[in-house]
Design a protein around this ligand. Structure first.
Ligand code: NAD
Ligand code: 2HG
Length: 633
């Protein structure tokens, strides 16, 4: 193309680009919703659309075949407009400011129909006079009878003919999802073709594109145009493992992140490979984020533990690398407590052996060794979120509560604080563990501890598998020292539901085994699936570290009309002074500054007024103690 390269024109396709769907397919779905063979016809229309988009059918063939199947009228078109307004592509909704500001340079060129395109693009601030598309023809009843055949866009090669006729003397970029969009560039009428894959990815189109873009933000970023996201979220990879709730996937996808979801966990080797281009990772209890994994995680900004425990993460290394870790400290607390209560009653009544006997035809009606929980002593090791909730509910059942915690905790209600685990073991009829999985707690409960418990005790571990020596537990169960046990967590747990479970505890009388489901209720998972992404997004979008388990906590005002600089550094004296001297050197006016430190990290956030230079960024990065540096605007 020989053209005036100063002037820039953006040609944008409509269906599956500006909106998430193909308008004509959707019109068919609306119009044929009540028809008995409607679904079949809609499917045929979709296939014809795809064939046209992929270049397997000529545009006019695809269009005329679709029109002959369509049985719609003006009323359906109005309903379609409502639908499309709800289904504008997220990245177009996000970048209305750019669309409005550059409206004179944006041409919407589509083989769709002005009848539904114009109301939608007006909503985005684009100009109706810049829409080049087909129009329907109607009869006097408002039924669609066909297409205005005089319009070049109804013909094969229509987009090429149309753009040719416009004689654009400019640098032309085409953004679209279809082959006909590429043909504009192929015919020398555009300088760049961007395959838009936010809604649909057609391999044939991607293969011929100059760039494949997952959002409009990416286009704006590559072309240094005004945009809503300083760095396009579609270039930020989020890896979600262990079947986290769909609410989490939705939260990230809605903001345009590139989300990869896996049902199972990943082992170290898999993760080392995967983590290289990941910026945010979401895990539950089975994925170990080890030092080795973190050493390969150069892009990683944040880790979300979609659970309470964070012992599966090497927090020290994460902190040294400036990676913020978040968890859900109480979203599944109640679920665990309910399971403890339920299992405790089942165990003390020997319900499980009786039930499995019944399944084998054994009728064993007796009260032998079956007790009420009322009046019994419930002893807890660990009196944190779960311990204290259990304390309240246990007491409501008429139990006496005893607890030991390494931290001095206020007893709730009538609970009694003990000075050692042994004191709890000596007195309790039911022992329940609610400690965390820190290294020091590995094998905390072994032969000696079981021997300190009362004969016939009920023992429960719904905390962490690493804290109990399983052979010692098996021995205590076989000897009758322990009357029954509830175990939800194990030293080795299968990575996925398809992997086998093996344990010495299998097949023992009055032992309830559950597959680490203490926190697995719909309510808890939904809560966690919302809570953790909120924390992660606040950090990524705004710099706030509310609820972080390893970063100094800073809750920040929303960023407004400024640039925000996030600087994570080693906490040594004088960093703020170094930062401020760089602001002064570059004559940068500070509109807000926030600092929080802990023993190892310093976290400074600075809002600045004016744009910054590459040298300024280099100077900041050049501070020796810098661990991580990010800019938001
Ligand atoms: N089974 C499940 O699905 C499930 C679900 C949620 C939580 N959990 C686990 O339950 C445990 C408790 O959760 P939480 O939310 O109550 O945690 P929490 O951090 O609120 O409480 C843990 C308490 O244990 C205390 N503690 C740690 N080590 C101790 C020791 N050696 N002796 C005495 N006290 C000790 C701590 O001081 C703290 O008060 C955690 O391990 C968590 O990972 C399991
Ligand atoms: O859901 C999980 O995988 C872990 C549940 C529990 O152990 C927790 O730490 O919250």
């Amino acid at each position: 193309m020989t053209a005036n390269k100063e002037k820039k024109i953006f040609i944008i396709d409509f269906d599956s680009t500006i909106t998430k769907v193909e308008g004509l397919d959707q019109l068919a779905a609306i119009a044929l919703a009540q028809s008995s063979d409607g679904e079949k016809i809609v499917q045929q229309i979709k296939e014809l659309t795809d064939a046209g988009m992929n270049g397997e059918l000529t545009l006019s063939e695809s269009l005329s075949k679709r029109m002959s199947l369509l049985n719609a009228n003006k009323k359906h078109v109005a309903a379609l407009v409502e639908f499309l307004l709800e289904n504008v592509s997220e990245s177009f909704e996000r970048n209305k400011k750019f669309l409005k500001e550059y409206a004179d340079q944006i041409l919407v060129v589509s083989s769709g129909f002005k009848d539904f395109i114009v109301p939608v693009i007006e909503h985005l601030g684009l100009k109706p006079e810049n829409v080049y598309a087909n129009t329907f023809t109607y009869n006097e009843n408002g039924d669609i009878t066909g297409v205005d055949n005089t319009n070049v866009l109804s013909q094969t090669g229509g987009k090429i003919k149309l753009v040719q006729s416009l004689n654009l003397d400019a640098h032309v970029s085409v953004i679209g999802d279809g082959f006909t969009d590429y043909e504009i560039k192929q015919n020398g009428l555009a300088d760049r073709f961007y395959a838009f894959v936010e809604n649909v990815e057609r391999q044939k189109v991607v293969d011929v594109a100059d760039f494949s873009i997952k959002s409009l933000d990416e286009f704006l970023f590559y072309n240094q145009l005004p945009r809503g996201q300083s760095y396009p979220k579609s270039l930020i990879k989020v890896l979600l493992l262990e079947n986290v709730h769909p609410a989490a996937v939705e939260a990230f996808e809605q903001q345009g992140f590139d989300v990869e979801f896996h049902k199972g966990a990943m082992d170290e080797d898999e993760l080392i490979e995967k983590i290289k281009d990941v910026s945010i990772i979401g895990i539950r209890s089975k994925t170990n984020i080890t030092k080795k994994v973190l050493e390969n995680a150069d892009k990683l900004l944040a880790i979300g533990a979609f659970c309470i425990g964070t012992n599966q993460i090497d927090i020290k290394t994460a902190t040294q690398k400036g990676i913020a870790v978040f968890n859900a400290p109480y979203s599944n607390t109640r679920s665990v407590v309910e399971l403890v209560i339920g299992e405790m009653i089942m165990l003390i009544r020997k319900v499980f052996p009786k039930s499995s006997g019944m399944h084998k035809g054994i009728w064993d009606k007796s009260a032998n060794h079956s007790f009420e929980v009322r009046g019994k002593k419930l002893g807890m090791i660990g009196y944190g979120h779960i311990g204290t909730q259990l304390s309240v509910i246990g007491e409501a059942l008429g139990m006496e509560i005893y607890f030991y915690d390494i931290v001095d905790k206020m007893p709730i209600g009538n609970a009694r604080k003990c000075r050692s685990m042994e004191e709890v073991f000596n007195v309790a009829d039911v022992v329940s563990l609610h400690i965390d999985g820190r290294k020091e707690n590995t094998n905390l409960i072994g032969e000696k501890e079981f021997s300190q418990m009362k004969d016939g005790v009920i023992f429960m571990n719904l905390a962490r598998g690493s804290v109990v020596e399983i052979p010692a537990l098996v021995k205590a169960l076989k000897s009758g020292k322990i009357h029954g046990a509830g175990v939800d967590v194990f030293p080795e747990e299968p990575k996925a539901n398809t992997d086998p479970f093996v344990s010495e505890l299998m097949g023992l009388e009055n032992v309830i085994l559950t597959p680490h489901i203490g926190g697995s209720t719909e309510e808890a998972q939904q809560g966690i699936g919302t809570y953790v992404p909120e924390r992660l997004l606040e950090y990524i979008n705004n710099g706030s570290t509310t609820g972080s388990v390893n970063f100094p906590e800073l809750t920040l005002p929303l960023l407004q009309n400024s640039h925000r600089l996030l600087h994570v550094h080693k906490n040594v004296p004088g960093i703020l002074a170094k930062l401020n001297s760089i602001f002064a050197k570059h004559n940068i006016n500070i509109t807000g500054q926030y600092l929080k430190t802990d023993e190892t990290l310093g976290y400074v956030i600075v809002d600045i007024e004016k744009s910054y230079s590459r040298e300024f960024v280099q100077d900041i990065k050049g501070i020796d103690e810098t661990i991580k540096f990010r800019m938001l605007f």
